[in-house]
Design a binder for this molecule. Structure first.
Ligand code: SAM
Length: 492
């Protein structure tokens, strides 16, 4: 671990940023440079001896550990993805019920540091540390934010216990989640929270007929799972955090699953914006995820990867009737205030699932749920650890002028629901199951919460907000452009 300079906790803090997502926000440019932050410069320059492979740049500290690049393309993707996460959480950075004036915060695998920086801005009392294998964080940071170059799968050595430990998009990074939760628990102060916001595999499609045999995108998802699995990364791990957290001793365990439409096919302005972000994110995540893994692990040539990815991009751009989405699971859990005396098994896991529905539908559903709850809620619903299980409703946008025809449906029990209570605010009495892995809608019983309409409109064209900011390293860009030319021909 390379230690940073001490945090200047007493320094005047800047005011918190707006919670509104601003698509014109040019802040990304502040994250674009490879300025060497003073904390690592003075310790070692070797972390900047980046490795280059197949036209992409990779970390050098703990070389080879993380199979995803750390170059400008990837940094821009991460900053864009950050906006997708904030939009998902209605502008927030986290869901855990932490106090505003907390003291010590750790962001594990901080990437460009954008979450840590914005958290530090919004919580002037907190000393926020972001750790990563790559020194890709900016120099200009709030006085209460600092970064460490560190392998989080090694033993943690921190001077303070944390009030909040956060991870995001680490499913392709952390191999041993049991060990991770163990270290997190040890390094949390009693009463402190951990939160993991994870994008999970496999990729999903609303349309039952679309399977990975015919869909390059779903095939990419399968290949990613296969290749990652071969190097000890479980792409589906985020579904299994519940029992791990519980076993470790965490309490007050919550999870909520959100759906991210790939493209602008889902109903509602928020979902359209989110879909646009996710589409662009995906366009860059495809090569970021596949170039290293497929060549190193599956033995593909670079050209084979590029040709395959061109077919994936083509599908995502042209096959408008294929309604793909990704799932994001947000977990949070608490270290008991009286750590060591708690019986974890006495606590429940509260699980929710996000609706992707229009504002009108959501309002109507809330009203209906409230009325139903008022009429029949059992007393147990008011007990601690109560379950809030909002069922998902992923709606495809109707053509302009057409009145949406889908009715609000009563949720019927599903496989997931059999493990948890079927309606909001019911207490779960069985301890700590993992979230059953959702199968493709094609393979499951029809899930009543997922209303599907046949789309009749073309997907609005998507412009790439980050293109202007993409300046790959010169040498890498040269070789990358050759391959890109080949791929462009295939795309054409
Ligand atoms: C997909 S990025 C997510 C970045 C950031 N959490 C965000 O949401 O923007 C994963 C990050 O984890 C870092 N990482 C991977 N393995 C790591 C490890 N063993 N220790 C520390 N950081 C790691 C990578 O360098 C990368 O920046």
């Amino acid at each position: 671990m390379f230690a940073p300079g001490a945090n200047d906790n007493d320094a005047e803090s800047s005011s918190g940023p707006s919670l509104e997502i601003d698509t014109d926000n040019d802040r990304d440019s502040a994250f674009g440079g490879d300025n060497q932050s003073s904390y690592t410069m003075s310790v070692t320059d070797s972390v900047y001896n980046y490795k280059y492979e197949n036209g992409r740049r990779y970390h050098s500290y703990a070389e080879g550990k993380y199979p995803v690049p750390n170059d400008e393309i990837e940094k821009d993707r991460l900053d864009l993805q950050h906006h997708a996460f904030r939009l998902t959480l209605d502008g927030d950075l986290y869901r855990a019920p932490i106090p505003k004036d907390l003291q010590h915060v750790l962001d594990v695998g901080t990437g460009t540091g954008i979450w840590a920086i914005e958290f530090a801005d919004e919580h002037p009392s907190a000393a926020v540390i972001g750790t990563d294998l790559s020194p890709i964080q900016p120099t200009e940071v709030p006085p209460n934010c600092s970064f460490l170059i560190d392998d989080i799968e090694q033993e943690w050595i921190f001077h303070n216990k944390f009030d909040f430990i956060h991870t995001r998009a680490m499913v392709a990074a952390i191999k041993n989640w049991d060990a991770f939760f163990k270290q997190a628990y040890t390094n949390l102060a009693p009463g402190g929270f951990i939160e993991c916001q994870e994008i999970t595999f496999p990729a999903m499609c609303m349309d039952p007929a679309i399977t990975s045999d015919m869909s390059p995108f779903l095939r990419w998802s399968d290949l990613f799972i296969e290749a990652a699995g071969k190097i000890g990364i479980d792409g589906k791990s985020a579904h299994k955090f519940g029992p791990k957290l519980q076993e470790r001793g965490f309490t007050n365990i919550h999870s909520k699953t959100y759906k991210w439409p790939v493209g602008q096919w889902a109903k509602g302005g928020k979902m359209k914006l989110l879909g646009k972000f996710v589409f662009e994110d995906c366009m860059d995540w495809l090569p970021s995820s596949a170039l290293g893994l497929f060549t190193r692990v599956l033995g593909w040539s670079r050209e084979e990867v590029e040709v395959f990815l061109a077919s994936v991009r083509k599908e995502l751009k042209e096959e408008k009737h294929r309604h793909f989405y990704a799932r994001v699971v947000v977990w949070y859990a608490q270290k008991p205030r009286e750590a060591g005396t708690s019986d974890a098994s006495a606590y429940d896991i509260a699980k929710e699932e996000e609706s992707l529905e229009s504002d009108e539908e959501r309002t109507a559903r809330f009203r209906r749920d409230e009325a139903a709850a008022a009429a029949s809620a059992p007393e147990s619903a008011k007990s601690p650890g109560a379950l809030a299980d909002t069922t998902a409703d992923l709606s495809i946008a109707s053509p302009p002028g057409e009145i949406p025809t889908e009715a609000i449906k009563e949720p019927a029990p599903t496989t997931e629901d059999s493990l948890v209570a079927a309606s909001a605010d019911q207490e779960m009495t069985t301890p700590g199951p993992e979230i059953p892995e959702e199968t493709q809608p094609a393979q499951e019983e029809s899930k009543p919460e997922e209303t599907i309409e046949i789309p009749k409109t073309a997907e609005p064209s998507v412009t790439a907000p980050t293109d202007a900011a993409k300046t790959a390293d010169t040498e890498a860009a040269k070789t990358a452009s050759e391959v890109a030319d080949t791929a462009a021909k295939i795309d054409a």
